[in-house]
Design a protein. Sequence first.
Length: 226
Amino acid sequence: METLHITHQPIQLSSPWARILAAVIIIILIFLVMLSPNLQLAILTLIAILVLLGLAQWLVIKSTVSFTLTATHFQQHLFKGGWVVKWNNIHKIGICHYDDHGWQQPLPWVGIRLKHYSPYLNSICPRIATDILLNQRALLYIGMKQSILNAHFEDIVLDSKPYRNKQGKEYRGLQAMLANRMNYQRSYFDYDIFISAQDLDRTAEEFVGLARRYIASAEPETDNTP
């Protein structure tokens, strides 16, 4: 399978439309400078507009979420960092569903169930782990509400007890909290990792179909790390 880079950001700074917009902005800047009553005001106007444009570009870059799919691995890239998993470490991928009185309702999340946690825990950026723990609290709450298991949300939302894999390696701190969160989510949704459908450049169904083709063509698993 070929290497594929996808992003959810509709504003591509290298696209023809972006170049046209840049040309229009330059023309407007020229007119503003020419129409300014004096040089000092023209310079201040130019600086203010450039600062606003720089801020807008920074916000676009900061909000961009992209993915890389290669023959061997799948990687998510964010402004703060990212994470990576090998295709042969993915047990399954699909649309996350919520059980509403016996009716399966799709949620705007793509779920990934791993075979082993350790490679993912070792690869994830600490800042991204923190964002996952905080930003996916609503998803955890939905899962807890549909579960028949007795649990208090405040006890599981940031469960910091040490996590130990099958080889006896112990994780503490953020890695342990993330592993425990993954365990809870697996019991609720049967998935460990969740990708928001809003972060995709296509529908969740199309993305799942694409990912499954990469999984099917990946080399068999050779690493038995738990």
